[in-house]
Structure formats: C-alpha cells, structure tokens
Write a protein that binds this ligand. Structure first.
Ligand code: ATP
Length: 455
C-alpha cells in the first residue's frame, strides 16, 4: 500500500499516518491548502463532517434531549464588546509570549522547555529570547462601516458567554426552577501563539458547553454529577476508560473565575493532554454581567422566598479534540489474511459510514439490481442524519473491504448469486475488526445490523 512506504516508527508515526489517512480519505484537510494553508485552521471533508456530527449528536442527546432540565441555545458569535469586558477576556484572556531577537519566531513562554526558559535561548536558532509579554488571544474585528473604538467586537473565544447574556431570557420565557442548565454547540476562535498537533490546538474550533445554574449550597453534588456525566460521554464516543484521566487543577493555577476545576485528559499519541474541562465558576459571570449591563440577573426562589444569584458549574468540551482522540484511538495497523492493512476501529456510534453494500461482481444486472435494492433499504434504516451507507462495485471484493476498513465502516454486506437464487436468500456480512464473514438471511439483515450497531 502506498502510504506504508512513508511509515515512521513510534508515536509521531501514528500521528503522521493518521493525518495522511484523514486527508486521503476525505476526513480532514489543511485549511486553504491550495494557497499554502493558514496556520491553525483545518477543513472537514464529508467523512469528517459525519464523524463530527455523530460526536455532536451524541453530546446533544446525553446532555440536552434526554434531560428535562437543559435549555438548548445557539447564540451569535459576535457579541457586544462590553460582554467581553465584563467576562474579563479583554483585560486578561492572554498567553505569555516571547520573541526571538534573532529569527523573530514567537513562542508561548509556558510551553518552552526548562533550558530554553532559563537560558532565554531560542529553541529554533539558539538566538536570544526577548522579554515575556502578554498576548491577548481574541480575534478583534469591527462591526459595521466604522472602524472606531465603539465598533470593536471579537470573534468569541468560548461559547459560554453567549449563554450568560441570555440567562434572563430563559428565566422570562420558561420560568425554570433551579437547578437548570443552558447548553450550546458552536465555533470559538483563539489566536493561539503556537497552534499544533493537528486539530488539537487550532485557531478556529468548536465547543460544546453547558452552564448549569445551582443554588450555591448544591454545587458540590452537581460537580460530582457532571464528573460522572463527562466520563459517561467519553464512553459514548468509544474512548477507553483507562486513557481518560482526571486532573485536579491546584488552587494557585485556577482561572480567575473558578473555585474548582477538573481537567479531563486523554492519552493522545503526543502525550497526556487536556480533552475537556469542568469548572465551578461560582456567581462570577452572572454578577459581572449584571454589574456591567445594569440588568438584574438574579433568581427568585419561590419556596424559600429568597432572591439570589445562582452559582454555575460548567462542563466544557472541545469537538475537535474529541474527534482527534477518537481518530487516534481508532487508528490501527495489523495483518489480516496474510496482508497488512490499516483500519479505523471506530465505535459504531461515531463511524461515519455504518455499513457498505457490494454486489460480488459488477456488470451482472441481476446482482447489481439486488445489491442496489438492499442498499436503498439500509440507507433508509441507517443513513439518517449523521451516518451513511455506501454502495461500492469497483475492484475486487478484497480491495472494497480494505477501503471500508480504512474509514472505519463496521460492516460490509456482500450480495452474490445465492442471495438471488437460494431459499432464505443469504447475504454475507463481514465484520471489520475480525474479518469474519457470516451468512445472514436477507429478511433478518436489518435487525441483525441494528443489533450490531447498537441502535
Ligand atoms: P488549553 O490549556 O489546552 O489551551 P484551555 O484550558 O484554555 O485549553 P478551555 O478554555 O477550558 O481550554 O476550553 C474548553 C475546551 O475547549 C478545552 O477543554 C478544549 O477541548 C477546547 N479547546 C480550547 N482551546 C482549543 C484550541 N485552541 N483548539 C481546539 N480546542 C480547544
């Protein structure tokens, strides 16, 4: 196989081979590639979109659709600049930046190795590193035809604030009782100093966030509840338990708004790194927006006959970091039937293609007609929303299996002359992981696949 000639050893090889598979098979492309790219941006192709939508749908199901206490949102990316002043982002959403005086390369000071930091030596050219400066990571823009200060806005660096500014709208429209949450999925933008590791650290990415409002006396139980829910979600997308770790952020490293933060880390091929965050934000945000906007963002508790500002527990998930964890976990190289192969061991819940249908031979009218008929049945059943079913008649059966293995399709269904001629009309269903094949009566195919795909 072509890609094997480039094979490297070790962890970086996994990343390199996975990135090349992602491109070759239409999952993820470099942003603006034909112009030489744009650092920190990536474009999702058809299979990447399907995988990403599966992740987002599983999240929405667990955290919004299956609960009675969650309100879905889709707030604007551009917000009044005062929202970002109130939240603290204008003053403090920054990373420490150092520049090499010789080669002019810029680095995040906290990501330099100990030697470079101590000796203030450029890790690239050995030149002298300048003084550390704070670099605000928000993308600044202007809204409307004027470029004066009053027209300044920012591409949001997190979706969270879009929910806090709508807190009163939810209270007025739905009169929810505490505890309740607001949830949204959407783009966020950060002008990262050093985007890296494929889609791990990018300048444009997607978040799935919840602001969950509680009576302050209940924050601890709610925090524990969301620790369990975050863990459960990592299982929903097929990440193995032993590769997801919880890191209790020490007091002196907590963000200005947080009293407790647990980072969920994943064993990526390039090391253990943050996948998600869970923070107890107290009443910091509602109070800050109340003070800056002059709008009362308190809650009246009918039973206790008391008015107070609710406290907030915030689980925050990166869509792209989930996709990367899922892909790097799924990427496998093995040998099947004496031949090397590359495959994605994706959980059926996230696999972009759920099943593929092949006629054993092409140009046999009866066979292709039957295969297409079965393909249409499976499409109706399994290609709803975020997953697909493929039809393929090109090349040998072995090659068709390998093509599906590479994109993580859990099951391939082959139609041969027996399917048309024999009583009970068996089809051959082949399992991606083991390569084993089973004859299944056609009438049982949908229920067999439903069960296998956990639907
Ligand atoms: P890091 O320390 O890695 O920069 P963070 O602690 O700043 O991340 P949060 O502000 O807590 O991240 O953002 C919540 C989630 O959004 C993260 O857990 C991650 O999944 C995702 N995320 C944050 N920054 C990026 C980025 N630059 N690219 C991709 N995803 C990101």
């Amino acid at each position: 196989m072509k890609h094997e000639s480039k094979k490297k050893e070790g962890e970086s090889a996994v990343m390199e081979n996975m990135i090349s598979l992602a491109k070759r098979r239409g999952f993820i492309f470099q942003g603006s590639e034909i112009y030489g790219g744009l650092a920190g941006t990536w474009d999702y192709g058809p299979l990447g979109v399907a995988l990403k939508n599966n992740v987002k749908n599983l999240w929405w199901k667990r955290f919004v659709a299956d609960r009675e206490d969650m309100y879905g949102m889709d707030a604007a990316i551009l917000m009044n600049q005062n929202a970002w002043k109130a939240s603290g982002h204008v003053a403090g959403f920054s990373d420490p930046l150092v520049e090499c005086e010789k080669c002019k390369r810029r680095f995040r000071a906290d990501q330099l190795d100990a030697e470079a930091r101590e000796k203030r030596k450029c890790p690239e050219c050995g030149g002298k590193l300048g003084a550390e400066k704070q670099f605000n990571m928000m993308f600044k823009t202007h809204v409307g035809a004027s470029e004066d200060a009053a027209a300044v806005s920012y591409l949001r660096p997190e979706t969270a604030q879009g929910m806090f500014v709508n807190f009163k709208n939810i209270i007025d429209a739905f009169h929810p009782k505490l505890p309740f949450g607001m949830a949204q999925i959407g783009k966020a933008f950060r002008n990262e100093i050093a985007p890296r590791d494929f889609i791990f650290r990018t300048r444009e990415f997607e978040q799935m966030e919840i602001e969950y409002f509680v009576d302050p006396k209940d924050w601890k139980d709610t925090f524990e509840h969301f620790i369990r829910e975050v863990r459960a979600f990592t299982a929903d997308v097929g990440l193995p338990k032993e590769k997801v770790h919880e890191y209790e952020v020490p007091g002196d490293s907590l963000a200005h708004y947080s009293k407790r933060t647990v980072d969920f880390e994943f064993d990526y091929p390039f090391g253990k790194k943050e996948l998600y965050g869970l923070a107890y934000r107290t009443d910091f945000d509602l109070k800050a927006h109340s003070a800056t906007s002059g709008v009362d963002l308190s809650y009246y508790d009918e039973e206790a006959k008391a008015r107070f500002v609710p406290h907030v527990i915030e689980p925050s998930f990166g869509v792209d970091r989930t996709v990367l964890a899922v892909l790097s976990e799924a990427y496998r190289e093995d040998e099947l039937g004496g031949e090397k192969r590359v495959y994605l061991k994706l959980a059926p819940s996230v696999a972009p293609i759920k099943a593929a249908v092949f006629p054993l031979l092409k140009n046999k009218d009866a066979l292709t007609a039957k295969a297409r008929e079965i393909y249409q049945v499976l499409r109706k059943e399994f290609a709803k929303g975020s997953g697909g079913v493929e039809y393929d008649e090109v090349g040998s059966i072995g090659k068709r299996y390998r093509r599906q293995d590479e994109i993580g399709t859990p099951y391939c269904v082959t139609i041969d002359f027996d399917t048309i001629e024999k009583d009970g009309s068996p089809v051959t269903v082949r399992d991606r992981d083991t390569g084993t094949q089973e004859a299944i009566p056609l009438k049982d195919l949908v229920s067999f696949l439903s069960q296998k795909l956990n639907r």
